[in-house]
Design a protein around this ligand. Structure first.
Ligand code: CAA
Length: 703
């Protein structure tokens, strides 16, 4: 028998185990082996029922994602064909779902007549996260099993449910007592079926999956969700497939699902989301760190500063069950910080996102102190005080005195030089940057800033810890703004300058939101605070190397007290959160343009797109060349998870590859020539971009 399959006949049952570690992805070799095993069981008169299980304890994570977009994806036997064959067998098939059955893995289970899980098995159809729809019968068989409405919700959410919910929904017939008993109970189930002379497949509970739904349900559903879906294709295809399940017989529905799946697989959006899937796994790997490097134990954490940022950071650890001490200088500031944390948790309870007993557990894990001496036994300290080098250095001098040897000393700076902070301690190898994004208890991105002297085990420990607290850690080297904020600088610069040249703020932002970014850059500055942006810029004037022209607009808004949303005025006027164009800002831009001798003219959407995006991309490529980012895909993750870049565009680097690197280079050169002295100064192609294009490369890589 094929090594990808364990095959064993035991008193009328064929036990077929999937054995393709790590996750039994249903690539072509496993599909072929599975088909062969099932045919053997079907042909064997000694076999009366079949039990399908995961030989390594886990059932299957679905289709092999690395096959999509290649010939292997539909190489015989393709998954839909294989599953169709299983449904035509006349012996009962019982799927024993250990740990997880996702995507094609669940579809494989749905092609079996019967399903049993174990406590905690995760069951779901996460294809939507890859810009796909379930393409092996899931959109047709699931609605017939649990009804169209429930199936639609499960497929669109893309998040797995646990075995208890799956049982309640009717996806599972049974749940084994515990994981070790799964296979035995699956065999007992199969024998019961034989004893009862049960059909190979029971009748479906929902032959009319739309039963009870209004006739115009799908039209209304689309109308209600289209604004949230923006230009995403996959949810629309899911809806189309579900409609087919409700209107057509199974065979026609399955054929239609195939057409829709192919459309999704061939789409740029799915290619981008598959890129993001692998990028997230790649980001955990650091070339110079061995997988078996011993990590430092982190059992207790301290956070310095109980402001919004410090409090949010502390919540992450409490949420993961790690005790955390918040340190402040004044009792009232500490009390305010802890009260805010309690309010945040209480709100989560109100919204049903947290059980009251979880609130209790979490708040007891957070304690406060005014005394640095209480930090002497912590394993990790994260400093989140005011963003000023001297203040942070002072904190680190104290930490160096009080913390135990081997404690990791981290700074949450968003732009300061981590090496200069490390330099004031006697242990720079223990110092690292952990840049959380605001709100820190919500945002997934964590830039892990590796200082010049940071020890490998400090980097490896914080990367692992970042994942433990539910973040997506991405390694950055030390430079002004690290990966994210350094790229923000040229991107925001173009937005400011375009307003001076004649575009309105809304015109600039609408081009960016038209691309599905969560927010335009000027709205983002209004949200973050024009004052915050001004103070960072002011503290770093030499690093930014700014010229007067584009900064003048931000400087004047700051001088006018237009700090953004919090003052009700910034680039826009705000009525609550509703934004309006403000003619005062346009008049200000006109006046400044006159003073700076910047000619004003109508500016079209293409120019706004190219100037903002190409400058963003160019800076990213430069960061890669400098070694600040380890790989282009890390940059994509930073912008998707920290700055609202749409995942279905794959991040700015992937987007550049899709546009064509030569096109990006030509665009930059065009503006270098047409924007006078400003163009000469700022539109300088990154040398790596020029080298890649000259070498005919289409992927962004260090070269
Ligand atoms: N195909 C190919 N490789 C996969 C895979 C898949 N479906 N699922 C996981 N892997 C790989 C990962 O890339 C990773 O590889 P490396 O070690 O080389 O980096 C390895 O398996 C382990 O994965 P994780 O690091 O993610 O491990 P985890 O324990 O944190 O998570 C998991 C495991 C929950 C299965 C997670 O990997 C996951 O969510 N996988 C994707 C599941 C999915 O989306 N399935 C649907 C596929 S599309 C489909 O099935 C279409 C269809 O309808 C036919």
């Amino acid at each position: 028998m094929n090594p990808l399959i364990h095959y064993h006949v035991d008193a009328e049952l064929a036990l077929i185990g999937l054995a393709r570690p790590p996750v039994n992805a249903l690539g072509q070799p496993l599909r072929a082996a599975l088909l062969e095993a099932c045919e053997q069981a079907q042909a064997d008169p000694a076999v009366r029922a079949i039990v399908l299980y995961g030989a390594n304890g886990l059932f299957s994570a679905g289709a092999d994602i690395s096959e999509f977009g290649t010939q292997a994806s539909c190489a015989a036997p393709d998954l839909p064909g294989l599953l169709q064959r299983l449904t035509s067998m006349d012996k009962p098939l019982v799927a024993a779902l250990g740990k997880l059955a996702l995507g094609g893995g669940l579809e494989l289970a749905l092609a079996c007549g019967y399903r049993i899980g174990e406590p905690g098995t995760r069951v779901g159809l996460p294809e939507i996260n890859l810009g796909l729809l379930p393409g092996a019968g899931g959109t047709q068989r699931l609605p017939r099993l649990i009804g169209a409405r429930q199936a639609l919700d499960l497929i669109l959410a893309g998040t797995p449910v646990n075995s208890e919910t799956a049982l309640r929904l009717g996806i599972l017939d049974r749940v084994a007592k515990h994981a070790d008993a799964l296979l035995d109970e699956a065999c007992a189930f199969a024998r019961e079926l034989l004893g009862d002379r049960a059909a190979a497949r029971p009748d479906v509970p929902y032959p009319d999956p739309a039963g009870g739904l209004p006739d115009d349900f799908f039209e209304h559903f689309l109308e209600a969700n289209a604004p949230r879906w923006k230009s995403r294709l996959a949810p629309r295809l899911v809806l189309d497939a579900l409609q087919a399940a409700c209107r057509w017989p199974l065979t026609e529905g399955l054929a239609h699902e195939q057409v829709l799946f192919k459309q999704a697989e061939d789409s740029r959006q799915s290619a981008a989301l598959r890129h993001v899937f692998f990028a997230e796994r790649e980001a955990a790997k650091v070339p110079w760190i061995e997988a078996d490097l011993p990590l430092r134990p982190i059992c207790k954490v301290a956070v310095i500063g109980a402001g919004t940022m410090g409090g949010g950071i502390a919540m992450n650890f409490a949420n993961a069950g790690i005790p955390v001490i918040l340190l402040e200088r004044q009792q009232d500031a500490l009390d305010r910080g802890i009260a805010q944390i309690n309010r945040n948790y209480a709100n989560s309870v109100k919204r049903g996102k947290l059980a009251p007993e979880q609130l209790e557990q979490r708040t007891t894990l957070i304690s406060g102190t005014l005394d640095y001496a209480d930090l002497r036994d912590v394993d990790l300290v994260i400093e989140a005080v005011f963003e000023k080098l001297e203040i942070k250095q002072e904190v680190f001098r104290t930490l160096d005195e009080v913390c135990k040897p081997g404690a990791i000393l981290a700074t949450n700076t968003s732009s300061l030089d981590v090496d200069r902070i490390a330099a004031v301690t006697s242990r720079p190898h223990d110092v690292i940057g952990l840049h959380f994004f605001s709100p820190a208890n919500v945002m997934r991105l964590l830039e892990v800033v590796n200082g010049r002297q940071t020890a490998a085990d400090v980097l490896a420990t914080t990367l692992k810890l970042g994942r433990t607290i539910g973040k997506l850690p991405v390694v950055s080297g030390v430079c002004f703004g690290f990966i994210g904020n350094r790229m923000l600088e040229p991107y925001a610069r173009e937005a400011h300058r375009l307003v001076l040249e004649g575009a309105s703020p809304a015109q600039v932002d609408n081009v960016l939101t038209g691309l599905d970014l969560n927010m335009g850059v000027l709205s983002m500055l209004d949200l973050a605070g024009i004052d915050v942006n001004f103070l960072v810029r002011d503290a770093n004037r030499t690093a930014i190397n700014h010229d007067d022209s584009y900064c003048r607009l931000g400087d004047e808004l700051y001088a006018l007290g237009r700090y953004g949303q919090k003052t009700g005025r910034g680039f826009y006027l705000y009525d609550d959160r509703e934004r309006q164009e403000d003619y005062e800002v346009i008049a200000l831009a006109e006046r400044l343009a006159g003073e700076l001798h910047i000619p004003r003219r109508p500016i079209d959407a293409q120019e706004i797109h190219d100037r903002c995006l190409f400058m963003l991309i160019n800076e990213g490529i430069q960061l890669l060349d400098e070694g600040i980012a380890l790989r282009a895909s890390d940059i994509d993750l930073v912008w998707i998870n920290g700055y609202g870049f749409p995942a279905h565009l794959g991040g700015p680097m992937h987007y550049a590859e899709q546009l064509g690197l030569d096109k990006v280079l030509r665009g930059i050169e065009h503006y270098r020539q047409t924007l006078g002295a400003y163009g000469e100064m700022w539109f300088q192609p990154a040398p790596l971009l020029a080298r890649l294009v000259a070498a005919g490369k289409t992927r962004i890589e260090r070269f």
